[in-house]
Write a protein that binds this ligand. Sequence first.
Ligand SMILES: C[S@@+](CC[C@H](N)C(=O)[O-])C[C@H]1O[C@@H](n2cnc3c(N)ncnc32)[C@H](O)[C@@H]1O
Length: 212
Amino acid sequence: MKCDPSAMNNYPSAHAGFTKIYAETNPPWDIGKPQPPFVTIAEWVVSPVLDAGCGTGGTSLFFAARGEQVTGIDFVEEAIRRARVKAKECGIAVEFLIKDAMTLGEWDKRFASVIDSGLFHIYAGAERQRYVQGLAHVLMPGGRLFLFSFNDDPTWPGGGVSRQELYAAFKNDWDVESLESVGGKVNPAFAAAFPDEFVNKKMWFAIIRRTE
Ligand SMILES: C[S@@+](CC[C@H](N)C(=O)[O-])C[C@H]1O[C@@H](n2cnc3c(N)ncnc32)[C@H](O)[C@@H]1O
């Protein structure tokens, strides 16, 4: 299967695009476990934890298995259905909700940590701004966002986020504590459909603190 990430790169088409992908397959990003940097920094992630755009829940389940209190949200029903099945099979308690991350600004829940593994980079312009404002709303002062995002490596066809864009998005109410280039992984079933540059591609991993 070919995956055209640029087709998901704006909000109105994103829901339809993601719904189609989950209906057809186990998506390329779904490796059934967290992307490697989340494992490296696991002890920094403290409860309550929000996994924004949690997909089928691999990262949420990893942190819940470590004893954290985790809420995973995704706007695709099928993704949340699969996440709930996995949680039941593993006997791990996670709150999985069908929820649009664009509505975080109207939510009454608060979190000490937010995981974003592949959501922020989908949106640009006003949508990105709205998402970041929503993150500032749900993160407790002093809480941290752990962000795994495409960088602006030109070999990635869907575009990405430059260092400048990332700092610009998190300039008010935020302190970018670290920003590193890290390796990403894809579901092995899709390796052939992706350029080699992607499989070994450098992604951003940022730890961003909500200032008090
Ligand atoms: C690249 S996938 C990453 C999934 C998961 N975090 C992972 O690492 O496997 C992005 C996820 O964000 C979800 N998503 C995109 N826009 C969203 C929105 N506005 N609200 C909630 N979920 C969204 C998609 O349905 C998809 O599951």
